[in-house]
Design a protein around this ligand. Structure first.
Ligand SMILES: Nc1nc2c(c(=O)[nH]1)N[C@H]1C(S)=C(S)[C@@H](COP(=O)(O)OP(=O)(O)OC[C@H]3O[C@@H](n4cnc5c(=O)[nH]c(N)nc54)[C@H](O)[C@@H]3O)O[C@H]1N2
Ligand SMILES: Nc1nc2c(c(=O)[nH]1)N[C@H]1C(S)=C(S)[C@@H](COP(=O)(O)OP(=O)(O)OC[C@H]3O[C@@H](n4cnc5c(=O)[nH]c(N)nc54)[C@H](O)[C@@H]3O)O[C@H]1N2
Ligand SMILES: [Mo]
Length: 666
């Protein structure tokens, strides 16, 4: 037995250092390590159980070619050589007929590591000249909004929440999605901090909060604007700070002025007296920190809502003190190196395809049509909107679907060709955090299962077979890591820290104080940035009312499960899906816990079990993201109820904006 160091590159803000016990190349157990004081030995239950993912029955072991009908489950085992021959022949044929734009790579953050996400795959697609996937699953609206207001400015370090006297969790559920913040919040509360939670669902921390606002999904914008307006009207705005560090304060004040506390509270279905108390509590307390989560961005108003929430800290000037301000995932503000240098190829002009509209793109794009979908680091059949339409497209005989995967996901099951992928314990990975601001370089610690190959092995081979390797290209993982660190001004320093300590920190302070140690790169906060004002669908800070109708009155949200990372590890879940519904909505429909219910709208239909719970506000239902098709009675999940609509900024998927009806299944 040996104990080896690794780090978790899954899509989670916390980035845990891991200590892995390995026997003869096989992972026996995984535990947290203590290289980072933030994660400090604590890891989640899902990664602790990762041997079940590595060595389970669903693991893809060999390249497999479809026999019989799509999705029929019959496969022919191929050698890697034969599988690569199939890919080359097929891509060459499509390219000769239509050009490379008829090929669409589909990928997201299955692994957030730079060697897996980007690197040789990205170089291959760029040099081949395929259509380009626009990544809009997550943080697209939030990134546009935070960049627009503050530029690449680091926010409050999660460690520093310990110093806050008021913590506002706005559409975020750290008990599931970033567990290391929970003990920090607990310590702050032991020191007298107040906790406010704004969420349509009573999360574990909402139950403990001093103030809990069960907001209507998509109504964050009016609430934030009402807070802004009240801060101005009541003399809580810091005029000196606004004059010195902000532009657009008068214009924001004007746009917010339509939203009184009463009007916003009515729109958001919350208690106006509580919202009023929140304004006074926020104005009176320092340090006060706001942590907006991804619940805020995934609706028609999401970009404007994030912008308005982030503006609140500036209006009242909660900066200038440790633990005061806000935190968004602004990781690339912190690292002076990027994956771009390792990619080493410019993005050519290419047709852009929004990943949240992939079903529609497959259905409607012509000149050229998409004839190959090449999937890796993602499971779109379970994670993209409009699942019914996407599954139909994936079944198309004239669409060649390649899936490079660790396990037989819903997407892999519909593929023409499945290729076995290594996990992060079986390949080297380089990863920086987007919450916990650390970096790890973790070597492979286990022997790959079956014939699994890493993304760089696969795409390196494709680069060679398509004669797309240029002289001097970084090809091996070592060369890719070296070229990453050779580029940035602090690359050598990061490399030195990794070599000496196995962990690296950003060049600037790990825990900067906003507007003391870090400032917006342009010098000023743009409260009504011209770029966003131009780009925001429907206008920046303009509220689009609730899309609920008599036929489809219930808002459907699909937040994260504690037991999975989106759909990752879903093969290990045996429990059927449960649609959470409020007491009032269940009673009026005669629904009890354990009943099979039908949830539907004009996009799709789901048959699953009901769970009646006090945790859901009236008018809101929840069916978590990442469930697999096997978890419901009719093979469709919440994504079948989510139309391919976008938020107002960034082409962000509006996952939490669906409206549905629910009835007891007859
Ligand atoms: N265990 C686990 N951890 C994860 C993930 C996972 O799947 N499982 N996923 C990772 C990824 S990819 C991401 S992006 C992050 C996401 O992490 P979070 O930001 O926590 O996102 P969600 O869980 O989607 O939603 C957070 C909360 O927003 C609420 N919400 C929904 N709609 C609205 C709304 O309109 N307004 C407000 N105010 N709240 C709303 C939900 O009820 C939920 O409690 O977590 C990462 N960490
Ligand atoms: N209903 C609903 N759907 C949502 C959301 C929502 O709020 N509601 N939120 C969205 C969000 S926040 C996100 S981030 C997306 C995530 O959606 P996806 O990007 O599809 O992420 P996962 O479901 O985690 O699937 C990642 C897959 O990549 C594979 N993988 C991991 N590492 C590697 C590797 O090294 N190589 C290869 N080839 N494969 C690998 C894993 O086995 C896994 O099957 O889902 C979105 N979908
Ligand atoms: Mo995400």
């Amino acid at each position: 037995m040996e104990v080896k160091s690794s780090a978790c590159p899954l899509d989670c803000p916390d980035l845990c250092g891991l200590s892995v016990t390995v026997d003869n190349g096989r992972v026996i157990s995984v535990d947290g390590d203590h290289r980072s004081s933030f994660t400090n030995g604590l890891i989640c239950g899902k990664v602790r159980k990762i041997p079940e993912h590595l060595y389970g029955l669903d693991r893809v072991l060999y390249p497999m070619l479809r026999k019989g009908a799509k999705g029929g489950g019959e496969w022919e085992r191929l050698s890697w050589d034969a599988a690569l021959d199939v890919i080359v022949a097929k891509l060459e044929l499509i390219r000769s007929r239509h050009g490379a734009q008829a090929i669409l790579p589909f990928h997201y953050g299955g692994s957030n590591g730079w060697l897996t996400d980007g690197a040789l795959a990205e170089r291959f697609w760029r040099r081949l000249g395929t259509s380009k996937l626009v990544k809009t699953y997550c943080s697209a609206a939030a990134t546009e909004a935070s960049r627009g207001l503050y530029g690449k400015m680091p926010g409050v370090a999660l460690e520093d929440y310990e110093h806050a006297k008021l913590i506002v969790l706005w559409g975020i559920n750290p008990s599931a999605t970033g567990i290391h913040l929970v003990p920090v919040i607990n310590r702050a509360r032991a020191n007298g901090a107040k906790l406010v939670v704004i969420d349509p669902r009573a999360t574990p921390l909402a139950h403990k909060a001093d103030m809990y606002m069960p907001i209507r999904p998509g109504a964050d914008l009016p609430v934030a604007l009402a807070v802004i307006s009240a801060l101005f009207e009541r003399g809580h705005a810091d005029q000196k700070f606004l004059a010195e560090y902000c532009e657009g304060a008068d214009e924001l004040r004007r746009r917010a002025s339509a939203w009184t506390i009463e009007r916003a509270a009515r729109e958001a279905h919350i208690d106006p007296a509580m919202l009023d108390r929140f304004v006074e509590l926020y104005a009176a307390t320092s340090p006060a920190v706001i942590r907006p989560g991804y619940g805020v961005e995934r609706n028609r108003n999401g970009g404007s809502a994030i912008a308005a929430v982030l503006a609140i800290s500036a209006i009242a000037n909660k900066f200038g003190i440790r633990g005061g301000g806000f935190t968004m995932a602004n990781s690339d503000a912190r690292w002076t190196v990027t994956a771009d240098t390792a990619i080493g190829a410019e993005q050519p002009v290419a047709r852009a395809v929004n990943q949240c509209g992939v079903a529609q793109a497959l259905e409607t794009l012509r000149e050229p049509p998409i004839e190959c979908l090449f999937v890796y680091n993602a499971n779109p059949a379970a994670t993209a909107p409009d699942q019914r339409a996407l599954v139909e497209q994936l079944r198309r005989e004239d669409l060649f679907v390649v899936v490079h995967e660790q396990v037989m996901t819903d997407t892999a099951q519909l593929a023409d060709l499945v290729l076995p992928a290594t996990t992060f314990l079986e390949h080297r990975e380089l990863r920086r955090g987007y919450g916990n601001m650390r970096m790890y370089d973790s070597p492979a610690v286990a022997t790959p299962v079956g014939e699994a190959r890493s993304n760089n092995q696969l795409f390196g081979e494709l680069l060679r077979r398509f004669s797309l390797v240029h002289a001097g290209d970084a090809m091996t993982d070592q060369e890719l890591v070296d070229s990453t660190f050779a580029a940035g001004p602090h690359g050598p320093e990061l490399k030195r820290q990794l070599a000496e300590h196995g962990i690296a920190s950003p060049a600037n302070d790990l825990r900067p104080i906003m507007f003391v140690d870090t400032f917006p790169p342009s010098g000023k906060v743009q409260l009504v940035p011209a770029t966003l004002d131009r780009d925001a669908l429907g206008g920046l800070y303009v509220y689009k009312p609730d899309p609920g109708s008599e036929d489809f009155p219930l808002a459907l949200i699909s937040p994260a499960l504690a037991t999975q990372i989106t759909s990752t590890f879903g093969q290990l879940r045996h429990a059927p899906a449960e649609l959470e519904i409020s007491l009032a909505d269940a009673a009026s429909r005669g629904i009890k816990t354990g009943d099979t219910v039908r949830a539907w709208n004009s996009t799709g239909e789901v048959l699953c079990l009901a769970k009646v719970t006090n945790d859901m506000s009236t008018g809101v239902c929840c069916l978590p993201k990442g469930l697999w098709r096997k978890h419901t009675a009719n093979g469709y999940t919440s994504n079948a109820l989510i139309p391919a609509n976008y938020a107002d900024l960034g082409g962000q998927g509006a996952f939490n904006d669906a409206r549905i009806q629910v009835a007891k299944a007859g």
